[in-house]
Design a protein around this ligand. Structure first.
Ligand SMILES: *[C@@H]1O[C@H](CO)[C@@H](O)[C@H](O)[C@H]1NC(C)=O
Ligand SMILES: *[C@@H]1O[C@H](CO)[C@@H](O)[C@H](O)[C@H]1NC(C)=O
Ligand SMILES: *[C@@H]1O[C@H](CO)[C@@H](O)[C@H](O)[C@H]1NC(C)=O
Ligand SMILES: *[C@@H]1O[C@H](CO)[C@@H](O)[C@H](O)[C@H]1NC(C)=O
Ligand SMILES: *[C@@H]1O[C@H](CO)[C@@H](O)[C@H](O)[C@H]1NC(C)=O
Ligand SMILES: *[C@@H]1O[C@H](CO)[C@@H](O)[C@H](O)[C@H]1NC(C)=O
Ligand SMILES: *[C@@H]1O[C@H](CO)[C@@H](O)[C@H](O)[C@H]1NC(C)=O
Ligand SMILES: *[C@@H]1O[C@H](CO)[C@@H](O)[C@H](O)[C@H]1NC(C)=O
Ligand SMILES: *[C@@H]1O[C@H](CO)[C@@H](O)[C@H](O)[C@H]1NC(C)=O
Length: 519
């Protein structure tokens, strides 16, 4: 039996509602935007720098511990800024981080970097090795790509012995990264896990060439080929549409396009992959709402104006901070720690931004008119068939959803909090954004998105199936107490289908309610 429900959704804003007109921008303004991002982020990061230790303090530690990855991003920013003793501090950070890199080839985390310098030895009796917890396999890619950027962009600032040390570190990181095989030892690095797989390929290809290790070069190219084959199927990233991770993938693809030679597949395909990704993002973007429409494979928030996404930092360099989905004080936003990747985004912007199509730039500034986007993405081994994506985007209301048939619940990331297969967003009269998203509870979903409608069906559903939606709270002046759809501001929703029309409403609050908040 199939469980289905059809939602009829309408905006309650008047058709002629006028949104703030964005400032016009020219491509020539972009270098100013990137410089602004570099300096604003560095001013913030400076406040966390512990010059006694040569590491950044953790952004949210309870007891003044430090943190490795953000320290390295900051070091790249220090080289880019190059004022006073910036270069000296950057070198100190780099040496500290490499000094603590894992050196035992027999261990799964060989060549990886610490999560924080105060941690005990990973794998010791008191500090068991738990992937993504006591150690993070993606730190090789994040820190490795940052070293590559530093060596490519600022070799004139880094002493030769430190450059050699960085290359040795990158070599170990690449060997260690080659231990990663999706499905083995609790690891999940498949080519479809786009952001780390794109980083893996470029670090291996780049280090192999620098170190004259043709095996390493070939390994990078072979992995890149798998990523490219998945991408060119429908010109989409497997890890499709994520405010955070599309940003990381675009960053890593910029390394493909900028640093890899013509004889590399990465050099050949990087540029067009960036263009295709931005073309689609531009079509999914609603400049009235300053949000990319759903569905989102992995999201850390539901309204880009309220959580800091890496994609929004890239938009900052394209159209300026005020026109991007970034709050005036970025460090006050949800997921604010990602503001620490800003130096890398700013350093690469002059090259990366030349690849962003003009039509995308224009849709980041003004809404082009109601349209529908159809595409697909594929993440083996989790998807049985490609996920089919449809988004209907109108001036005040967007509906975006994907059909999928998978062997897990919560998407390839197996995370029910971040997988958002059906998302609705709407404008409210005070200019803020309302949203609702289907909470994933099943392995298969069939969707149809129309003009103001969202059809959802569980092909494997039965009489116990239910549809749960997370719905954002109302605006500052709106109702705080919500008992039914009628209390939701800015939108009218009614539901038909095989479902019991009764529903219950619960509130998951910061300080109580039915359960924990979801983010
Ligand atoms: C390296 O790791 C292996 C496996 O855990 C262990 O048996 C060995 O003693 C370690 N070597 C050193 C030098 O610590
Ligand atoms: C690289 O790993 C080897 C062991 O394979 C170790 O001896 C060496 O110190 C490591 N290099 C760095 C820079 O950590
Ligand atoms: C790699 O080979 C080139 C050309 O033969 C040489 O100049 C360079 O020093 C070598 N690099 C390393 C790390 O061995
Ligand atoms: C390169 O790979 C081949 C085949 O896998 C292997 O026999 C050889 O030892 C490797 N060479 C290096 C330098 O790792
Ligand atoms: C954008 O348009 C300008 C002027 O028509 C053109 O020179 C430029 O190549 C275009 N840029 C891209 C990325 O398409
Ligand atoms: C997506 O569409 C294709 C082509 O129509 C179809 O083969 C595939 O089964 C669909 N995927 C899902 C998950 O329904
Ligand atoms: C209904 O579906 C749920 C979830 O797949 C399953 O656990 C349950 O056994 C099914 N019930 C019946 C009566 O088939
Ligand atoms: C739901 O809304 C649609 C569009 O406004 C309307 O046509 C339909 O009759 C409504 N259905 C119910 C059950 O209220
Ligand atoms: C659904 O609504 C009916 C009629 O209002 C009511 O009798 C019943 O208790 C409700 N069921 C649930 C599960 O709330």
């Amino acid at each position: 039996m199939i469980a289905f429900s059809k939602l009829w959704i309408a905006s309650t804003l008047l058709a002629q509602h006028v949104f703030a007109i964005p400032n016009q921008v020219k491509r020539g303004d972009m270098s100013m935007f990137a410089t602004g991002l570099l300096h604003e982020s560095m001013n913030w990061l400076d406040m966390y720098y512990d010059s006694e230790r040569g590491y950044l303090s953790s952004f949210d530690a309870a007891a003044l511990t430090h943190e490795t990855r953000a320290s390295v991003w900051y070091a790249a920013g220090l080289l880019a800024r190059n004022e006073a003793d910036d270069v000296e501090q950057a070198v100190r950070i780099v040496k500290n981080v490499i000094g603590a890199q894992f050196k035992n080839e027999s261990e799964q985390w060989y060549g990886d970097y610490q999560v924080y310098p105060e941690e005990p030895a990973v794998g010791s009796e008191q500090y068991q090795a738990v992937i993504y917890k006591s150690w993070d396999p993606n730190w090789r890619g994040f820190i490795g790509t940052t070293f590559v950027v530093m060596l490519e962009e600022f070799p004139h600032l880094i002493p030769q012995d430190v450059q050699d040390y960085m290359l040795k570190s990158l070599y170990n990181a690449t060997i260690g990264d080659s231990y990663r095989v999706g499905g083995m030892n609790d690891d999940n690095l498949y080519p479809a896990y786009s952001n780390p797989s794109i980083m893996r390929a470029v670090v291996s290809g780049w280090v192999g060439r620098r170190a004259n290790d043709s095996n390493m070069t070939t390994a990078g190219e072979t992995y890149a080929k798998e990523i490219i084959d998945l991408f060119t199927r429908d010109n989409t990233l497997s890890e499709f549409n994520s405010g955070t991770y599309a940003g990381v993938s675009l960053f890593a693809l910029t390394l493909w396009a900028k640093y890899m030679p013509e004889d590399s597949l990465m050099g050949q395909y990087g540029g067009q992959m960036i263009q295709s990704t931005w073309t689609l993002l531009g079509e999914l973007y609603n400049a009235n709402l300053k949000n990319v429409a759903g569905p989102w494979d992995r999201s850390y928030g539901f309204d880009m104006n309220r959580y800091l996404s890496i994609l929004a930092l890239q938009m900052w360099t394209l159209v300026g901070k005020e026109n991007a989905p970034v709050y005036e004080k970025p460090y006050a936003m949800g997921h604010k720690n990602d503001f620490s990747i800003s130096p890398l985004i700013a350093i690469l912007a002059p090259f990366h931004n030349t690849l962003v199509p003009n039509a995308t730039l224009s849709s980041l500034l003004s809404f082009p008119g109601t349209h529908t986007v159809k595409t697909s993405a594929f993440s083996p081994p989790f998807d049985t068939y490609p996920r089919n994506i449809t988004a209907w985007i109108s001036p005040h209301l967007t509906i975006g959803a994907e059909s999928f048939s998978e062997n897990v619940i919560g998407g390839p990331g197996k995370n029910t909090n971040s997988f958002n297969p059906a998302v609705v967003q709407w404008a409210r009269k005070d200019g803020s954004v309302g949203w609702m998203t289907l909470y994933p509870q099943v392995m298969a979903l069939a969707v149809e998105v129309g003009e103001g409608t969202l059809d959802l069906a569980y092909p494997e559903g039965n009489a116990t199936s239910g549809f749960s939606f997370l719905v954002g709270t109302n605006s500052w002046d709106g109702k705080r107490d919500v008992r039914s759809w009628e209390d939701i501001e800015g939108v009218r929703v009614n539901v038909t289908g095989s479902v019991d029309a009764n529903y219950t409403v619960a509130f998951n609050g910061l300080r109580g309610g039915a359960g924990e908040t979801i983010k």
